[in-house]
Design a protein around this ligand. Structure first.
Ligand code: BTN
Length: 252
């Protein structure tokens, strides 16, 4: 039923019991003739990938681990801001299930009341200047409630927030619908059309934060994002713009 519902939205589905990483599997599938776009979903991951080379704890506890693969137009102009657009789709999906207080931390961590509930990792294959594919990996803590040693930051799950088990089929379906809508808008109008919506759910809008890239650090007030999804910081009265996957932001 899930496959046919997703199929009617245009997505083929590959279900896996246990896999190293749904992103890795999607990248492998892209090497073979496969009908696009497609989704890889797994019950658990043995080497779930997070941003900045970190791991994403992925035990078989009825969470959602999935990757959406699609072709992006030559020139790669749609890539800037895409991961922020994906963040908006996750926020929209969680809100539609009645999750209160959902927000985003730049570039695309999904938070509920100061605790991380979902993460997003985009990976590219091919030459962005030519034809390429993007794999949009999304991990959502759905029904995980017990403590997991591997996770070194405050986290929560939909079940903890809602006080009820969440149906993952329903969640994936809503996510695919919302993602299709946001990607369509992002691709046709550009991230600038989503910028105000992004800033409205930015959990650190107006707050003093430290942005670090390796050993370099800068302290500034978060002004929001620009038309390409780059972070705008007020550093001692000057406006600086930052982008790139290796940056990390924390409250001062
Ligand atoms: C982050 O560090 O916040 C990003 C986490 C992304 C995790 C998801 S789970 C499904 C997909 N497969 C992976 O290996 N990673 C992403």
């Amino acid at each position: 039923r899930l496959s046919s519902a997703l199929g009617s939205l245009g997505w083929s589905v590959f279900l896996r019991e246990e896999i190293d990483s749904t992103n890795a599997e999607a990248l492998r599938l892209l090497q073979c003739p496969t009908s696009l776009p497609f989704i890889v979903v797994a019950e658990s991951q043995t080497a779930g990938r997070g941003r900045r080379g970190r791991r994403w704890a992925s035990p078989p506890v009825r969470n959602l681990y999935c990757s959406f693969a699609l072709r992006v137009e030559a020139g790669g102009r749609h890539l800037s801001g895409m991961s922020l657009a994906v963040g908006l789709a996750v926020v929209d999906t969680l809100r539609s299930l009645g999750v209160p207080g959902v927000g985003l931390k730049w570039p695309n961590d999904v938070y509920v009341d100061g605790k991380k509930v979902a993460g997003i990792l985009l990976e590219l294959t091919g030459d962005p200047a030519d034809q390429c594919h993007v794999v949009i990996g999304i991990g959502i803590n759905v029904n995980m409630t017990f403590s997991v040693d591997e996770i070194d930051q405050p986290w929560t799950s939909l079940r903890s927030v809602l006080g009820a088990l969440v149906d993952r089929n329903e969640l994936l379906l809503r996510l695919a619908m919302s993602l299709s809508g946001y990607l369509e808008r992002h691709i046709s109008e550009g991230f600038s059309a989503l910028r105000a919506e992004w800033e409205a759910v930015n959990v650190w809008q107006g707050l003093m934060c430290r942005l670090s890239a390796g050993s370099q650090e800068v302290l500034g007030r978060v002004l929001g994002v620009d038309d390409h999804g780059a972070l705008r910081l007020d550093v001692d009265g000057c406006i600086y713009v930052f982008s790139g996957g290796e940056l990390s932001l924390r409250l001062d």
